[in-house]
Design a protein around this ligand. Sequence first.
Ligand code: UDP
Length: 320
Amino acid sequence: MKALITGGAGFIGSHLAEDLLDAGHQVFVIDDLSTGSIDNIEHLKKHRGFNYTIDTILNSPVLAELVDRCDIVFHLAAAVGVMLIVESPVRTIETNIKGTEAVLLHANKKKKKVVLASTSEVYGKSKQKAFKEDGDLILGSTTKGRWSYACSKAIDEFLALAYWKEKKLPVVIARLFNIVGPRQTGRYGMVVPRFVKQALLGNPITVFGNGKQSRCFTHVKDAVRALIELSAKDKAVGEVVNLGSDDEITIGNLAKKVKSAVKSESEIQLIPYDKAYEEGFEDMLRRVPDLSKIKKLIRYKPKYSLKDILKDTIEYYKGR
Ligand code: UDP
């Protein structure tokens, strides 16, 4: 199989490229290096089945040519990270919406399957104990920049589903829940690489809010394996599927675990949301996926625990 990965030099995209190559597939990557990095794919360049293009997916002729050459598109190119989203809302909205429009438009010409990476962020402030794919999305006001990310990804989902319903373009939508591991950067706000780096450097570990908010973290290796399996399942076509873990931890406890795993002397510091992000910032208190759908589709079971995730992330940052 020939797979095109948009955003293939990013954190998740580069792991996906690696696994597809290991499985004997040919991989084409397009990435504009806005948040991805050439370092992430350096080790893949020697692989015979690996091809990469440094360009934006908004360069229509380039994208069209790549889509034509491939059998399937994994669309991962997007604005990522809560800090980036708050700081660059125009870029977030434009990248997410125009990029997905372009990918679907070109894929539809020759009916190439599209696997769209969406996000658990779309559930917003839902108060459900565990988020189900057909549950309501509860987003905040348009005056709060954070929600532009959820909203733009929700539009991407609507558009992909519309292409499936109206034009029979095969699409699979995966809502990713806090995917973490080696190569993820803390530059755009992601908590695990930030805590690991802070702990290794002996700097304060910055817990935003009161630290009682919780998340469920998934190793990137589990996530990409599931994406590949979903991409091959006929029953996943036209579906929205949660992809993550339901092993919940508060951010305050995560800070303690990172500190102890690194054997760090760092203090744990509470920072109000207004200072961390912007005035009036809204966070989600909990975010837990209902995994029944993905379990049914591909018998999904994450292999890696939070302990493994922290070990791998710590090793990666020590190596740098
Ligand atoms: N967070 C934190 N300290 C940091 C970075 C993030 O306490 O240095 C918190 C953040 O406010 C959120 C959680 O960690 O409650 C997860 O943040 P992340 O940006 O990794 O993902 P999100 O779930 O918000 O998309």
